[in-house]
Design a protein around this ligand. Structure first.
Ligand code: DGY
Length: 425
């Protein structure tokens, strides 16, 4: 890529971030997602830091201002009223001063904070901000292991597909069959007026999403009850890989700040998590797969969740095999990394997490591969990501076969990831 291209793309990416900035937080994109989303914000902070460091810290601080007393950090903060999104605060009914959703999302806050800290131009500011966030992030990790791993297996379960971020992945299909749809109150979806219905989850999936929300709401969002009460409990290697890496980064940050006890606590979760992750390795698919905890069986689905686990410190052999898998996928998809293997008849290149490529996931997989010395495959993912931007703009996700931009447009975290990719070049 020429210097001119690089400069132009950076400027366009910065423009997207500015457009979606609401002062103290950033919306993922206007219309479709008009509030603050948890992992969107943390990953966005990485891009923001290249423009305005103080604003980047503020993005994460704003999110943690809405952390629950039990330690959970909710997946949406409804900072202001907006009828254009469903389900809004009246459906969640979490009874918070500023309404939030009642479930969580992949934990990337520790990773983002460590990265901001390591790259800080204003070192004093970074120390101050990181020191204040450290106990909050650790409390969130603790919440995960206490509430989503009650049997102390080392791995946490998600209890709603929205928690994974991979809302309609093929991974959840079988487990979702156990989530009923009877008793779901009448509702009107809003996403379909902002995005092409063929790119979004189906109506049946939405009914089940809402059934789960109603179920948890009927238990007053008491996290000590939700895990066991949920018919949907899935252990996702991607979600756990991210959480393990987050604990690892938090441990390193704690050491740098002289907080040895906090470091030890986070290191213990890393050790337990990595040991348990091995149980999700699939010889058949040569990657990790999900475990359906409620049905006590591995899920027969080769999704990107099993590749994303390379973001954690998996073994050298596992990282090499995952790199091989990605190179193999490149033979079936022009753009990396498809969120599902195109060889699977259930693959759908345009429908959200059933096939499309996502730049945030590309970023995390590439980062993990670089740490595991699988640089060639990582570079392949980075150049595929930049090709998508050049051809199709800053979309929410892309068809990995023809590169069509899908979902929302002018998407914040896509822009942030582009700034990150260009920074590394
Ligand atoms: C949505 O509304 O599509 C979100 O993914 C839920 O967080």
């Amino acid at each position: 890529m020429s210097m001119i291209d690089k400069k132009q793309i950076s400027e366009r990416a910065a423009e997207v971030l500015r457009e979606n900035d609401r002062g103290t937080y950033t919306v993922p994109t206007k219309g479709l997602y008009p509030f603050q989303w948890n992992w969107d914000s943390c990953l966005t902070a990485l891009g923001l830091a290249q423009i305005d460091e103080r604003r980047a810290w503020q993005e994460i601080e704003t999110l943690f201002e809405h952390q629950w007393d039990d330690g959970m950090v909710p997946h949406i903060v409804f900072h202001q009223h907006d009828d254009g999104y469903f389900p809004g605060p009246d459906v969640w009914e979490t009874n918070r001063p500023v309404p939030t959703s009642g479930i969580t999302q992949p934990a990337v806050a520790g990773f983002a904070v460590k990265r901001l800290f390591d790259r800080a131009r204003d070192v004093k500011l970074a120390r101050e901000k990181a020191s204040a966030l450290l106990p909050k992030i650790t409390k969130w990790h603790q919440w995960f292991y206490e509430n989503r791993d009650p049997a102390k297996t080392g791995l946490v379960a998600i209890i709603h597909p929205w928690e994974s971020g991979r809302d309609n992945s093929i991974d959840w299909d079988d487990a979702f069959e156990r989530v009923p749809t009877e008793g779901v109150q009448a509702y009107q979806r809003r996403d379909l007026s902002h995005a092409n219905p063929d790119h979004r989850p189906t109506q049946e999936q939405y009914d089940r999403y809402i059934w789960l929300v109603q179920k948890f709401r009927s238990l007053q969002w008491d996290n000590s009850k939700l895990h066991d009460a949920s018919p949907f409990q899935v252990v996702d290697p991607g979600f756990n890989g991210i959480l393990i890496r987050d604990c690892q980064e938090t441990a390193e940050l704690a050491e740098a700040l002289g907080e040895d006890e906090v470091a030890a606590l986070n290191r213990q979760w890393v050790a337990n998590g990595l040991a348990a992750l091995d149980t999700l390795w699939s010889e058949k698919y040569q990657q990790f797969v999900c475990y359906d905890r409620a049905a006590a069986k591995l899920v027969d689905s080769a999704s990107i969740g099993g590749l994303l686990a390379v973001f954690a410190n998996v073994s050298e052999a596992q990282a090499k095999t995952i790199a091989d898998r990605i190179n193999d996928l490149a033979g079936r998809a022009k753009f990396l990394v498809p969120s599902h293997d195109p060889i699977d008849p259930r693959f759908d290149g345009k429908r959200y997490w059933r096939g499309p490529a996502w730049l945030i996931v590309n970023y995390m997989i590439a980062d993990g591969l670089i740490r595991a010395d699988q640089t060639e495959t990582a570079n392949r993912i980075v150049s595929s990501s930049l090709d998508l931007i050049l051809e199709s703009g800053f979309a929410e996700y892309y068809d990995p076969i023809d590169g069509e931009p899908c979902g929302g447009s002018r998407f914040t975290w896509t822009a942030a990831m582009v700034l990150e990719f260009l920074r590394e070049l």
